[in-house]
Design a binder for this molecule. Structure first.
Ligand code: ATP
Length: 240
């Protein structure tokens, strides 16, 4: 993973609120092409809200959102998606009653790729999905559902990939495998912002990490030993 250009995603002094209660208090974060940035923090810290702001789903109360250097603050999520910002929400974002294949083919809506291309690329990247193409998505294992969610997101050819709690409910080995795939996606030039509550798996592939606590970035830098030491105090003793 290399930083090979300027930031594709920038949050500058972002404040966000729900029903008048401010939950982000001036968040600054950048993600460059080819970079994996891990956004960590305890429950309720504001991690998902950062992703919602980045995807245009929650307009900032103050501050700016930029993609590729362009100020896109306040533009509709559908326009941001067309501009290459893809959010894979917590809970996998697949249609459980549809087959793997139909979940993938729905992605032709964005008009970038043909049905054949979408299937070929998805099955090339995630061979297990090819073997299960006729299976209902809801009956896939948790890890396979995450792969399908990733394959659906990648069918839009995103420049920026936003991942919320990829590891949720999955065994450590499955999580490690998924993060290797995420690292490979970043190597192809995608800017990846990953939210995780528990850090260990994502830190193995992250180029940069930020820790958000009560709506403020408390620490950011290279995810080395000093971060591991700091994290336990931010999490007030939660296991990593
Ligand atoms: P977790 O790790 O538990 O998912 P998080 O770090 O992702 O938490 P957020 O989901 O961004 O945190 O929530 C930040 C704060 O905003 C929390 O206090 C939460 O209760 C509040 N919040 C989030 N979504 C809403 C909403 N739709 N309406 C009102 N308050 C909300």
């Amino acid at each position: 993973m290399t930083e090979n250009s300027g930031p594709l995603l920038e949050l500058c002094g972002v404040h966000a609120a729900y029903h008048g209660i401010t939950v982000l208090h001036g968040v600054d974060l950048t993600v460059a092409a080819g970079q994996v940035v891990a956004l960590l923090g305890p429950n309720g810290a504001g991690k998902t809200t950062v992703l919602k702001v980045a995807a245009g789903l929650h307009p900032p109360a103050a501050g700016h959102l930029l993609t590729g250097g362009r100020d896109v603050t306040g533009i509709r999520p559908s326009r941001l998606a067309r501009a290459g910002v893809c959010l894979i929400p917590e809970g996998r974002g697949v249609f459980p009653n549809l087959s793997v294949r139909d979940n993938l083919l729905m992605m032709t809506f964005c008009g970038r790729r043909s049905r054949e291309e979408i299937e070929e690329t998805a099955y090339g990247r995630f061979p297990v999905l090819a073997a299960r193409r006729g299976q209902q998505a809801g009956t896939l294992s948790g890890g396979e559902q995450q792969m399908l969610a990733l394959a659906r997101g990648l069918a839009t050819d995103p420049a920026v990939l936003l991942l919320d709690e990829l590891s949720m409910g999955l065994a450590p080995l499955v999580v490690a495998e998924l993060y290797e795939l995420v690292a490979e996606i970043a190597r192809q030039g995608v800017a990846v912002l990953v939210v995780e509550q528990f850090a260990a798996a994502v830190l193995k592939i992250a180029d940069h990490a930020a820790v958000v606590v009560r709506g403020r970035i408390q620490w950011q830098g290279h995810p080395d030993g000093s971060l591991q030491a700091e994290l336990s105090s931010y999490y007030l003793g939660s296991p990593l």
